[in-house]
Design a protein around this ligand. Structure first.
Ligand SMILES: O=C(O)CCC(=O)C(=O)O
Ligand SMILES: [Fe+2]
Length: 170
């Protein structure tokens, strides 16, 4: 994490105390076998609310949206035992969009069920996260408003018509 923070141009220890107090959730997902004719997704398109998510999956099925190719869905190859790192909303906000949280989804599979384990790194529940002030100047405006994990949970139960990351853009 310190290397990622440093790559934003911030002191590597910048987030240390927030991370020590922060939430680290391990999420297990199981996607049962499902006929392709039903046209059902295993998991709908979303970006993660986290700082980063580290993902381990039993087989392929993960797709990411390629904003450089007309938002086409691209399959992510599952290469045995490889960990995948997804940028979450908090890191996008902190670095004023230098790293983008990617839209991803999981397809269904007619032959086999699939499992994945996500290691989700987050700030403390009530901590307001906003762009790092060291990175903000006249040429680099804030672009994102401050928000917390607590607020994200409320957002989930609201009937918002845009994605969470869009709702954070000023
Ligand atoms: O199962 C996967 O590969 C993705 C899981 C996921 O996106 C999530 O838990 O947020
Ligand atoms: Fe996700």
């Amino acid at each position: 994490m310190e290397a990622i923070v440093e790559s934003l141009g911030l002191p590597p220890t910048n987030l240390r105390s927030s991370l020590e107090k922060g939430m680290h959730m391990i999420v297990g997902n199981k996607y049962p076998q499902c006929s392709p004719s039903s046209n059902i997704l295993g998991l709908a398109s979303h970006t993660d609310h986290t700082i980063i998510t580290i993902l381990l999956e039993s087989m392929s099925g993960l797709e990411i949206m390629d904003s450089n190719d007309n938002n086409a869905w691209k399959s992510v190859p599952a290469t045995g035992g490889t960990l995948k790192v997804l940028i979450g909303n908090r890191l996008e906000v902190l670095g004023i969009g230098l790293y983008k949280s990617v839209f991803h989804r999981v397809t269904s599979n007619a032959q086999m069920s699939r499992v994945s384990i996500g290691s989700c790194l987050s700030f403390p529940m009530e901590e307001m996260v906003e762009p790092a002030m060291e990175l903000v100047d006249e040429e680099h405006p804030k672009r994102y408003r401050a928000s917390s994990l607590e607020e994200y949970i409320k957002f989930l139960s609201s009937k918002a018509d845009k994605s969470y990351i869009e709702s954070l853009k000023i």
